[in-house]
Design a protein around this ligand. Sequence first.
Ligand code: CP
Ligand code: NVA
Length: 333
Amino acid sequence: MFQGKSFLKEIDFTKDELVYLIDFAIHLKKLKQAKISHQYLAGKNIALLFEKTSTRTRAAFTVAANDLGAQPEFLGQNDVQFGKKESTADTAKVLGAMFDGIQFRGFKQNDVESLAQNAGVPVWNGLTDTWHPTQMLADFMTIKEVFGDYVGKNLVYIGDGRNNMANSLLVTSAILGVNVTIIAPNDLQPELEIQKIAHEKATLTGAVLTITDDTSAVKGADVIYTDVWVSMGEEDKYDERVQKLLPYQVNAALFAKTENENCIFMHCLPAFHDLNTRTMAEIHEKYDLTELEVTDEIFKSVKSVVFQEAENRLHTIKAVMAATLGNLFIPKV
Ligand code: CP
Ligand code: NVA
């Protein structure tokens, strides 16, 4: 059902298809842990085209390709003509003629859509300004691992409600039937167009959607999720965002408001929770803060599943690549 298909945004997939990919990833994780070979993509070549930086997505696509028996090739923004001297369509035709699949991380959603229209091979969205679909599979896989299921759970995303993560969490929750609350200042709440899509999807699953600026809406949360306050490409916005989003920091006081001692903490990473990065050291100098969207205390607490979530990027990205490119014979564990 997935063969030859691209993975560009969540709304291109039904609930059943997303559930299949999450469950397939859980299976692939077991195969990896049991050291059972799963080289469904032997002989294939995979292009990894990056306009923005990445640790998890790049590492996950690289290791997933290797585990599947394929050969990954990293094409960074300083290495290729794309974006400067060559159009998206021309790049797509060239790469599509040589590679069997293409990962793209970049700014515009239109670029990843145009790559897919012109490449003739599956294209996978490794993050754009609008959506982060492979992250969604890892996140809901992690929630399933922790709680046994995601349906009926209450997911609260707090912070910058107008970025790729907020968009993807809102819409994917609606598709999967997960209750989702976005807590953000009024002018950082999801665009109306995104809200409309989410509401349409929620009518099919009964997911309850709430969008508010009131932090007391964390009450009853099973998951508190946050992301950076300044996303890649908007680095000039620290002044405005730090000021606006400090009341939305994930800290012990916010967790207490959930009134749920089993509530977990999630973050797609990277996170600003201590002074151990150059950017955070600069922020410290300017604003006298040592942590931004989440406190170090919460980040390192037993509630935090962020590294399990990061590892699951590998298994879910592997599931997407294998399902869209492979001739699947799935061995039993
Ligand atoms: N979560 C995520 O996409 O991480 P990277 O930016 O490191 O790939
Ligand atoms: N919103 C963040 C997500 C990083 C994985 C960004 O786009 O920079």
